[in-house]
Design a protein around this ligand. Structure first.
Ligand SMILES: Nc1ncnc2c1ncn2[C@@H]1O[C@H](COP(=O)(O)OP(=O)(O)O)[C@@H](O)[C@H]1O
Ligand SMILES: [Mg+2]
Length: 427
């Protein structure tokens, strides 16, 4: 080889080395870009709020921090070492074994290029929770594996349940309203019905009177038996009369324009006559103790009767399945504030303390739809307050005890009656 050849080869080699070092630089740049891209990929995956996992067959290749947190594993390493079967309960919601269904889901993801479904997962502490899973096959280090995204559905499910509960409550309130309006219509009808019954009743009672008179003049064998039968019919007819009177009262103009001096005794007895039969039929003993020395209330008899009736009906509901069954009505004058106090106590189980502040709220009821409207106490409180009084639950009593407290009125004088507040009524 000549010197010229040697120089040529040397130049060739130098060129080759130059090219190689250029390639090496390029390769290093590519490697750097690749490293940066991998780092970006890792950053995106690990900073995501949803759980992201890479699954290769039945092994976890990688998982982000959200996965570890969601499943309550102590560390990423602990999680990656666990077997996928540990992350699900034995059966899914449709009753299929989890391992069978998991294979089916993965197969669908590979076939369709994507698959989304709901799954029940199990946390490290054993708690099961719903997840929306999205599976996408991706190329990873020369292999096709599954990229898996989980969205925790626990809160979404909670909101769904809350929504359903709210819908149910709204429906119950609607039914209560329908029932309340039905009751209002019934109240309006009651007056008419009372009138319709009262007319024939008056005729029956009138004829009975005449019959009794005629019979007493006659002298034949069975006179006494017939007379006693007529007396019974008379009593029963009068009882029907009392009930229709109550119905009439219930339906009458119930505004505060129609105010009167009402003897407390009279108010109680008229109202009680309305539910006496119901109490008797259910073996509920009713005791009335009047210590109010013929006191008067100035107000609307219909409205106050309605208050008493509401309280008696509540007491009836509370004691009808109890043993013993009793309801007490006591009236007295509170010497400290000179008010009339009517107490209605019953032998029921009482009102749970947590409900005490709710019972006066409109539509609060613990009774079944169709039985309770939840309006009785709130309406009653409104009526009593309109009368300058108060209605409250006496919590220091060992039985359920509601108190109606009202200012005293004054008995009728010959021409004029006077309420304590000085309002004059022409009698
Ligand atoms: N005497 C009572 N004993 C037990 N609970 C009562 C009594 N009175 C009222 N309550 C409670 O207060 C709730 C509200 O009563 P109320 O306003 O009259 O509505 P309703 O009787 O239609 O339920 C009742 O559902 C019940 O839970
Ligand atoms: Mg009630």
């Amino acid at each position: 080889m000549t010197d010229v050849d040697l120089v040529k080869e040397n130049i060739q080699l130098k060129l080759q080395i130059e090219n190689l070092s250029q390639d090496l630089i390029k390769l290093k740049e590519i490697q750097k870009e690749l490293d940066e891209s991998n780092q970006r990929f890792d950053d995106v995956i690990h900073s995501a709020l949803d759980a992201i996992l890479l699954i290769d067959g039945d092994k976890f290749v990688d998982a982000n921090n959200a996965t570890v947190k969601m499943l309550k594993y102590p560390s990423r390493e602990d999680f990656l070492m666990s077997h996928p079967s540990k992350l699900s309960p034995p059966l899914q919601m449709d009753g299929k074994p989890s391992y069978e269904k998991a294979e089916e889901m993965m197969k669908m993801a590979y076939q369709n290029g994507f698959h989304r479904f709901e799954w029940i997962h199990r946390k490290a502490d054993g708690e099961d929770f719903p997840v929306e899973v999205s599976l996408t096959p991706i190329l990873y280090r020369g292999r096709t594996i599954l990229h898996c995204l989980w969205r925790d559905l626990t809160n979404a499910r909670k909101i769904e349940v809350e929504n359903q509960k709210m819908q149910h409550e709204i429906r119950q309130k609607e039914l209560s309203l329908i029932h309340a309006s039905k009751m209002a219509t019934l109240g309006e009808m009651a007056g008419g019905v009372a009138h319709e019954i009262n007319n024939p009743l008056t005729i029956i009672i009138g004829y009975l009177k005449i019959l009794k008179l005629e019979l007493s003049k006659m002298m034949f064998g069975q006179k006494d038996r017939i007379l006693s039968m007529i007396t019974d019919i008379d009593k029963t007819a009068k009882r029907i009369g009392e009930i229709t009177q109550g119905l009439y009262l219930f339906s009458r103009d119930a505004t505060l324009d129609n105010l009167n001096q009402i003897p407390v005794n009279h108010l109680i007895h008229t109202t009680v006559s309305f539910c006496l039969e119901k109490f008797k039929n259910n073996n509920i003993s009713l005791r009335i103790e009047d210590n109010s020395v013929d006191a008067y209330i100035y107000g609307n008899e219909t409205l106050l009767g309605q208050v008493l009736l509401n309280l008696l009906n509540n007491a009836y509901d509370a004691v009808k399945v109890q043993n013993p069954k009793w309801i007490d009505i006591t009236t007295m004058i509170n010497t400290q504030n000179s008010r009339i106090e009517i107490r209605i106590r019953d032998s029921g189980q009482g009102i749970p303390v947590e409900n005490h502040h709710k019972i006066m709220q409109p539509f609060f009821t613990t009774k079944e739809v169709g039985t309770g409207t939840g309006l009785g106490l709130s309406i009653s409180l409104g009526i009593v307050r309109e009368h300058g009084g108060d209605l409250f639950l006496e919590t220091d009593s060992c039985h359920t005890c509601f108190v109606i407290s009202l200012p005293q009125g004054r008995p009728k004088t010959k021409n004029k009656v006077q309420a304590d507040d000085g309002v004059g009524i022409i009698g």
